[in-house]
Structures are given as C-alpha cells and as structure tokens.
Design a protein around this ligand. Sequence first.
Ligand SMILES: Cc1cc2nc3c(=O)[nH]c(=O)nc-3n(C[C@H](O)[C@H](O)[C@H](O)COP(=O)(O)O)c2cc1C
Length: 367
Amino acid sequence: MVNIDAWSVSEHEFPHEGSAQDKLVFCIRYALLAPSIYNTQPWQFEVKGAECCLYADRRYALAVIDPDDRSLIIACSAALFNLRMAIRYFGYSEDVSFIPDVENEDLLAIVKFGEKVESENDEEQDKDIFKVVTAFEKNHCAFLDKAVSQEDIDDFKTACSAEGAWLYVCDQNEKNRVVNMVAEADRIQSMTKNFRRELCLWTDKRRVDSNDGLPSYGMGFSAMMNQFTPHIVRRFAGPDKEAVTDADFAENVPLLAILGTVSGGAVERMMTGQALMRLCLLAQSKGLSVSTLNQVCEVPEMRLRLHDEINQQGRAHIILRFGYGGKIKHTARRPLESVLKVNGIPYVARSSEKVKTSQKRKFWPFK
Ligand SMILES: Cc1cc2nc3c(=O)[nH]c(=O)nc-3n(C[C@H](O)[C@H](O)[C@H](O)COP(=O)(O)O)c2cc1C
C-alpha cells in the first residue's frame, strides 16, 4: 500500500490541546515531505518530550553517486527546514543546534520545541511558503517560454543568503554551457555500470512496497544495465511520457541557477539543504516550478569545471532550473511510524491522530 497519506497532512489536524511532544510529532509530518535524491528519505527522528533529534540514516546512502553523503545531508536538512518552519507556523518558537555531538556524526541536529510566541512577529513570507509544502511539485520537462522576473530572482537570492548559502544565476552563455555540462555528466554517469546498478535499485518497481525510491520509472534490471540512454536515467519523465531529450531539456530554461556555500563541510551542507527547501517553496509560492539537477556536482572533475565556469567562492552543490508549467506528481513517503521513535520506542499513531487520506489527489505510482 503506497503511503499517500504523507501529502495529505492538514494544518487543521494540529493538536492544539496536546503536549509539546504531540505537537512536535505532528510537525515532523511536514519534514517527511522534503525532497531527497532518488527519494531515498535518508532520515530518522527521535522525539523525547519537547526535543527532537534528527539523524542521518546511512542505510539509505548512495555509495556510487553520493560517496561523501553530501546529498544525503542536504536532504536531511531540507527535512529539518520543514520541521522548523512548521513549528514556527503553528505559533511556537524553536531552537536548533547543528551537529551537536562531534562523537556522533549521524546526529545532524537537535530541535527544541519552545514556548508559544504571543506576538505576530513571524515573517509573512514564511507563512506563505509553509502553505505550499504539501503542494510542492517539480518539473523534469521543458518549461513554458515565460521569463522569471528580476524581482523574483532577487527574492530567491535573498532566501538563500538567509540560510547561509549563495545562489548564482547564470547568464545566457553560462546557461548554455551548464546545460551542456549536465548532458555530459549524464553521459559519464550512465556509462558506469555501478551507477546504473544503483539507479536500478532505487527505481525497482518493488519500491512501491517500501514507499521510497522512484518505482514509476523502473525499467527492470536488464533493460537498465544494457541502456546507455542518459536522459532516461536522470531526467525521469513519467509513466505516460517519453523522457525528455537533451534538446527538449535545454530549451526554454527561463532561469538556471547554482546553489552553493562559501566553504565546504557538514554544517555548510546543512545550510544548503535548508536553503534548497526555502528556495523551492518560495518558487512554488510564486507559481514557478523547479527541477533539481545534481549530476554535474556528482562527477568530481565536472564539479571543478562548474566552479571555473561560475567563478564563485566556495562549493557548488546543486543546479536548479526554474520556470513556469509542467509539474509532475509527488512520490510516496515512508510512513511516520517507520522513521520516528518516541521516548526510544518506534512511534505508533493513535487512530485519532492519523491524518485523513484525500481521495481527490492522485499520487504516483497510481495511474
Ligand atoms: C540533494 C538532492 C539532489 C537531487 N538531485 C536530483 C537530480 O539530479 N535529478 C532529479 O531529477 N532529481 C533530483 N532530486 C530530486 C529528487 O529526485 C526528488 O526529490 C525525488 O524524486 C522525490 O520526488 P518528490 O520530492 O517530488 O516526491 C534531488 C533532490 C535532492 C534533495
């Protein structure tokens, strides 16, 4: 049974009368909606009273394309961003410590659920972006031929710097060169047997049962192992569409930008994940869609070339395309019960707490 409940979480279900622990557990439902590479969802949460520990769950690490767990930490931090934003949205303060225990690399953050904030001091923008969390969708195909305004671009840059990251916006020449680099990185990766093998694992149709990965894109082991078709490999189009070709993909990219940090390290990766989530939700709240492209940053020599191309200080982490139109459906999420412990015991939802499933929305791999 595919977990479609995850996307149906509603703010009306917030347990206003519950304990801080109940409220914190509810807010974690929003964390689960964060994007992760191949939809690996490499996170674990532990709640004790008003405190939540976020752990990297390295059982879901990708040894071939993400040997340093960079994307893994970025995904966990995107989840952290959603959690913190939910706490603030429901009117409470929160306090976070990043990598709080040098002896435990898996413990990425501790979030403390604070007091009720009486004054309406929260920025309006945060409320707007929170409202689109459950609607956040990506676009892997061509965009409409409609420019992104300078005002929106400035807002995107501000959003990233608020989280400690930078956003570099490519000019037309850089855009063409970077799009070509994405295609080249796709080709390099798809020529590697271990890359295709890893991709197979995460697109296997049986992933439907574990509510992770991208089972709608599965081609089967032999087909994938004998395929050298890069645009099928990382530019998933969907069950009813052909995967986009290089040309389609490069056409009409209203905005191509690179998200990075001034230096490298675990905390910087966490800033990147939070900036990524803020940026994606801000774009969604403005009616734009986004697609995340990581292949250039995953091939070490290409990542170096990307740094030369944009001449920015520090580390480039993710390439993003922004534009209008062409959104795709959500993928499944593992249920809260499988990623959360409360007071050391795996979480069991009380029936009154269970989020109602919306029958109206369709989620892959349903057709
Ligand atoms: C660090 C990171 C890197 C990603 N890289 C890519 C990528 O290279 N290509 C891609 O199509 N999606 C990429 N994604 C998006 C995931 O594939 C997407 O979140 C996942 O398929 C689940 O989709 P959903 O979040 O819409 O449910 C990336 C996401 C993260 C967090």
